[in-house]
Design a protein around this ligand. Structure first.
Ligand code: ADP
Ligand code: ZN
Length: 196
């Protein structure tokens, strides 16, 4: 028999390429927690201003209000005592501090649901998501549909020549591609973040 002492928290990671429904899945889990009358808080990094300043918005136009933060430790500072479920979207834009933050929250007994890109536009692991996957209890890998051939799409194809690692954009800048149709960029990376 398993005896569970006290309420334990845990970390769930939802990863995959753009358009794979990461934000939809995050919103689905958060809405179900709300139905169960659990107290939730949602966060996202300030850099992602694609559709709206404060809301988490999916490509299918679902939305939930969230708190934009400039760095992940702000999540701990903004945490209410009674919060039971913490959702974090676009977590690839945080640095490695996000791991400490998620561990702290889970150790406090919170359910932590983190969504983010696991590969960048070159098809390389996009930290800190791979590290978060390692420390998480649950990992869900989502796929989109390749817009060229309809196969499962694991890649985010950048459609512009911009070589900054972070270029915030949506359908006009990126599309979902399978491994056969993905064309990694040939030229070197530039260093700073940019708007598309
Ligand atoms: P993510 O957070 O992973 O970028 P979203 O949850 O914001 O994804 O959006 C997922 C939605 O994107 C889908 O339900 C669908 O309406 C839309 N979509 C657009 N292009 C694609 C595609 N190529 N494959 C799958 N879904 C797509
Ligand atoms: Zn394809």
């Amino acid at each position: 028999m398993q005896i569970i002492h006290g309420k334990t928290g845990w970390i769930e990671v939802i990863c995959g390429p753009m358009f794979s429904g990461k934000s939809e899945e995050l919103i689905r889990r958060i809405r179900r927690a709300q139905i169960a009358k659990q107290r939730i808080q949602l966060f996202k990094p300030k850099i992602d201003d694609r559709y709206s300043d404060d809301d988490i918005v999916t490509h299918s136009q679902q939305r939930l209000p969230s708190t934009p933060v400039t760095s992940s430790p702000e999540i701990i500072e903004s945490l209410h005592d009674k919060t039971e479920v913490v959702g974090i979207d676009e977590a690839q834009f945080f640095d490695d501090d996000i791991m400490d933050v998620c561990n702290k929250l889970a150790n406090l007994g919170k359910r932590v649901i983190v969504a983010g890109l696991d590969m960048d536009y070159r098809g390389r692991p996009f930290e800190p998501i791979p590290r978060l996957m390692a420390i998480a209890e649950y990992v869900t890998k989502q796929l989109a549909i390749c817009v060229h051939c309809g196969n499962p799409a694991n890649h985010t194809q950048r459609l512009t020549e911009n070589r900054m690692k972070i270029v915030v954009g949506s359908q006009e800048t990126y599309e979902a591609r399978c491994r056969k149709c993905f064309e990694p960029p040939e030229s070197e990376d530039a260093t700073e973040a940019a708007e598309s």
